[in-house]
Design a protein around this ligand. Structure first.
Ligand SMILES: CC(C)(COP(=O)(O)OP(=O)(O)OC[C@H]1O[C@@H](n2cnc3c(N)ncnc32)[C@H](O)[C@@H]1OP(=O)(O)O)[C@@H](O)C(=O)NCCC(=O)NCCS
Length: 141
């Protein structure tokens, strides 16, 4: 197994995301997005195939958003997801101030995975819902 930091490419990003419930994006858009990320991690198997990815976007001090945590289906349930989180947390620990916000939007039924590492579900008695929208040009006139 090999681990590479800050070497996520559009090709690897697309290949792994296509195995999960994710929106497709154009290569040029992915290139810009990856360039503007704070951190990324790619895990490879012994044949040098990428089997797990994750990245962080944010302001590098107060706000960190975890994105695109994906393990290839045939490699799931073998500790790769946990390894990805370990590397993301190591990066955040080096850069975050006290009480920094670490956010993510879980895919459906993966909330339990993130709870293992300390994330809490919203909404609850204290916090409102996490919210999202998908940009469509015609809605922004
Ligand atoms: C979510 C995902 C990254 C987990 O990766 P994984 O390699 O299977 O996870 P691991 O094997 O490292 O599991 C770590 C721990 O989380 C637990 N876990 C994994 N998936 C879980 C789930 N859906 N619900 C609850 N617990 C879960 C495991 O049982 C394990 O616990 P243990 O250490 O007590 O045995 C993987 O299922 C995946 O890529 N899914 C498709 C893409 C996706 O939806 N990603 C999330 C984007 S927000």
């Amino acid at each position: 197994m090999k681990i590479q930091e800050n070497a996520l490419t559009a090709a690897i990003y697309t290949k792994l995301r296509n195995t999960g419930p994710f929106m497709p994006y154009l290569e040029d858009d992915i290139d810009i997005s990856l360039k503007n990320s704070l951190y990324s991690i790619v895990i490879y198997d012994d044949l040098n195939n990428a089997i797990g990815i994750a990245r962080i976007i944010g302001d590098n001090r107060i706000t960190f958003i975890i994105k695109d945590v994906v393990v290839l289906p045939e490699y799931q349930k073998q500790g790769i997801g946990e390894l990805l989180i370990k590397y993301l947390f190591a990066y955040i620990s080096k850069h975050a101030c006290e009480n920094a916000y670490i956010g993510l939007m879980s895919t459906i039924h993966k909330e339990g995975f993130y709870e293992k590492y300390g994330f809490i579900r919203r909404p609850n008695e204290k916090y409102g819902s996490g919210m999202v929208m998908f940009y469509k040009k015609e809605n922004f006139k």
